[in-house]
Design a binder for this molecule. Structure first.
Ligand code: SF4
Length: 549
């Protein structure tokens, strides 16, 4: 649409882009601090979510380090959180193709006994309701198209237009997106957020940092015949089905008597273009140790999402004039502990307090907002990230150097490994056929039919949907480049996408795209070997509809 389009203008104190745990924690902390001063006007806080509802696009393990939530919430609020049971027993196992070797001890950073098990999508929905109860306005199906800038300062956001057809023309239901002006924009879009990435690049907020590294996590929830004796049991695994030159591992959480969550996390810095994460996930579920927990059950939910794994040295500057970056959008995730929700809340606490100070002093400048990163750097979650700041990078050399680096960081409280280790980029792959293929089992032999979901049956369980008549949100910038990719790497996008969005019809050299299947995981933007795919925001309400994930 042209720049002359008439748009509604809304003025608020704070606007949050994305209703994830970090944005919601920021809003909640700010509103609670302000409410403690009853004589002043309550602040106006707007939270904008692109999904059909808060939590629709949120997916995680998740065993939650709940200590920051206890600082954010009152005791009653904390007790009302939709947690499953706490972890009652845990195992850490190395898998070979047929066997599982239980390690005598769970590595200390991964210990989870007593921590609550959660569905992050459900937790997000609950926190959004709490935010509303404390005075925030939460709107779903509201993608944010761009940041508004004036004289070098972010002054708000422009919502995406609704009712635009495939060719970019207005339809009969066309509605131009409003402009929201705010003292501060909170960017909590999650990993690889569109606006956050643009801002980081435009303002060089990542100058001097390590390249961010990502992993893809695939997850299913199974409904099983009642097994109350297993409630609260969790297992983390490494080894099979990932070869030694790949970083990642699996998890299995017994959520309640009738539900089990199973997932596989695969770092995207793998070099074999033949890798197919969904196939590896199927192989993982087929492993006898994992399959034993799923017997006679059926999968009821499926999803996939990326995780930022680069750690402390990959974090961009967290503030700029008029904006703060929180949670996964900033890369706040502890890859060694496999935890991010606590850092999302921790960043929300620090950002919320900084917003309160900005309002109190009527000073929304970076000088005042710097209280956010300063407070975050003193938090326990940050200190843990700092301890393992050099560990993830050592997995570039393989499993053993990586494990040794984690051990060294643990026993020396982070003094070792020394220096500042760089991280290899995620996207490069080797020409196809260079390495021996990864041997996967014949799934049919081990697994019940209901567990062997192919990718399209799995996709159905994610609930993903998009309006068909809208501009494509997945752009192949130069189709000519795809020809080279097909020849050299045999089109990895047809394998790495967990939703079979990219296909190469037999006998052709042209990739076809099914954007309606997209799970918004952003893997394609990271892992395209030629860096030729751009992920844009689709119309609001599109994408997965995660529940209990
Ligand atoms: Fe993920 Fe890209 Fe596939 Fe969508 S198209 S599911 S963002 S890899």
């Amino acid at each position: 649409m042209s720049d002359e389009t008439q748009r509604d203008i809304l003025d608020v104190d704070v606007v949050c882009v994305g209703a994830g745990i970090a944005s919601l924690s920021t809003a909640l902390q700010f509103l609670k601090r302000a409410a403690a001063e009853p004589e002043s006007e309550p602040p106006t806080v707007l939270i904008l979510e692109k999904g059909l509802y808060p939590g629709a696009h949120i997916l995680s393990g998740a065993v939650v380090d709940s200590e920051p939530l206890k600082r954010l919430l009152s005791e009653d609020e904390f007790n009302a959180l939709p947690f499953y049971d706490s972890v009652r027993s845990e195992k850490f196992a190395y898998l070979t193709p047929r066997h599982a070797l239980n390690l005598p001890l769970t590595p200390p950073p991964m210990k989870a006994l007593g921590l609550p098990i959660a569905s992050l999508s459900d937790l997000t929905r609950h926190l959004a309701e709490l935010c509303e109860a404390h005075g925030a306005e939460v709107y779903s199906e509201m993608p944010v198209a761009s940041l508004l800038e004036k004289e070098g300062r972010i002054i708000g956001v422009r919502l995406g237009d609704k009712g635009v057809d495939k060719e970019g023309h207005p339809k009969s239901n066309f509605e131009p997106g409003a402009d929201v002006h705010a003292h501060m924009v909170i960017l909590g879009e999650g990993a690889q957020g569109v606006l956050t990435s643009q801002l980081i690049e435009q303002q060089g907020l990542d100058a001097g940092t390590n390249e961010q590294a990502y992993a893809i996590g695939l997850k299913e929830v199974f409904e099983i015949p009642a097994a109350p004796e297993r409630v609260g049991h969790i297992m983390h695994t490494f080894g099979y089905p990932l070869p030694q030159d790949m970083y990642g591992g699996g998890f299995l959480y017994c959520l309640d008597a009738t539900h089990v969550a199973v997932g596989l996390v695969i770092a995207l810095d793998y070099r074999r273009p033949e890798i197919n994460p969904h196939e590896l996930f199927r192989a993982y579920k087929a492993h006898p140790r994992i399959n034993a927990f799923l017997t006679a059950g059926k999968p009821v939910s499926y999803g996939a999402k990326i995780l930022p794994e680069g750690g402390l040295y990959a974090l961009p500057r967290l503030i700029t004039e008029g904006a703060m970056i929180v949670g996964d959008a900033a890369g706040l995730l502890d890859a060694v502990r496999l935890k991010g929700a606590h850092l999302a809340v921790e960043s929300g606490l620090a950002a919320g307090n900084a917003l309160y100070a900005c309002r109190e002093n009527n000073d929304w400048s970076c000088t005042q907002a710097a209280a956010y990163p300063e407070a975050l750097q003193k938090s326990p979650g940050w200190k843990k990230m700092r301890q393992y700041r050099n560990a993830r990078q050592w997995f570039d050399w393989g499993l053993l150097p990586g494990m040794a680096a984690i051990g060294a960081a643990f026993f020396t409280a982070g003094i070792l490994p020394p220096g500042r280790k760089a991280k290899a980029q995620d996207h490069p792959v080797q020409p196809a056929g260079k390495k021996k293929p990864v041997a996967l089992p014949t799934l049919e032999r081990h697994v019940e039919k209901s567990h062997r979901l192919d990718i399209l049956s799995d996709l159905y369980l994610s609930g993903t949907e998009h309006e068909e008549d809208q501009p494509g949100h997945l752009i192949i910038n130069n189709p000519e480049i795809c020809r080279d990719c097909i020849e050299l790497y045999q089109a990895p996008c047809t394998r790495f996408c967990p939703a079979q969005v990219y296909e190469l019809p037999e006998g052709t050299e042209r990739i076809t795209i099914q954007p309606a299947n997209c799970l918004h995981c952003k893997t394609c933007q990271i892992k395209c070997a030629m860096q030729n795919i751009e992920w844009k925001l689709p119309e609001g309400g599109g994408g997965p509809r995660y529940k209990n994930m």
